[in-house]
Design a binder for this molecule. Structure first.
Ligand code: RTP
Ligand code: MG
Length: 143
């Protein structure tokens, strides 16, 4: 399978837990390479745009409140089958249903504050990467 890219967010709850390094270790240990990365404190406008597909859902306001409650780390992960691999590393949306050893099982408290985001398909990955990163900010490995 060809190299693939996916988009990832370490959400404010996991940043507040000082878990950035532990989560990056999970990505790298699974063979995903971090090819772009930065810390941001999202504006409401930026968070609302990111989650626009959910804007009619009852949890939308709480989701935007949470995502703007503190800094996040955003990153591009590259590797074989990166979209599915990252979703496997993350675990189910609701941490109560997440398999043991997944990021959400280990770091998330609830479905509302669930530690990480990962793109759900290659098409959404491309859109989400472009929403946060310019081409010059993405640095594929040269060795
Ligand atoms: P994400 O987009 O953050 O990676 O999460 P996901 O694909 O696993 O879940 P998605 O359906 O895209 O939902 C986005 C975020 O909205 C919150 N949510 N709350 N209370 C609820 O029923 C509910 N459902 C979704 C979660 O924080 C989820 O990560
Ligand atoms: Mg999603």
């Amino acid at each position: 399978m060809a190299l693939e890219r996916t988009f990832s967010i370490i959400k404010p709850d996991a940043v507040a837990k000082n878990a950035i390094g532990a989560i990056y270790n999970r990505f790298e240990s699974a063979g995903l390479r971090i090819v772009a990365s930065k810390m941001l404190h999202l504006s409401r406008e930026k968070a609302e745009g990111f989650y626009a597909e959910h804007k009619e859902r009852p949890f939308f306001g709480a989701l935007v409140d949470f995502m703007t409650s503190g800094p996040v780390m955003v990153q591009v992960l590259e590797g074989e089958n990166a979209v599915v691999k990252n979703r496997q590393i993350m675990g189910a949306t609701n941490p109560a249903e997440a398999d043991a050893g997944t990021l959400r099982s280990d770091y998330a408290e609830s479905i509302d504050e669930n530690a990480v985001h990962g793109s759900d398909a290659p098409e959404s990955a491309a859109r989400e990467i472009a929403y946060f990163f310019s081409d010059e900010e993405i640095c594929p490995r040269t060795r």
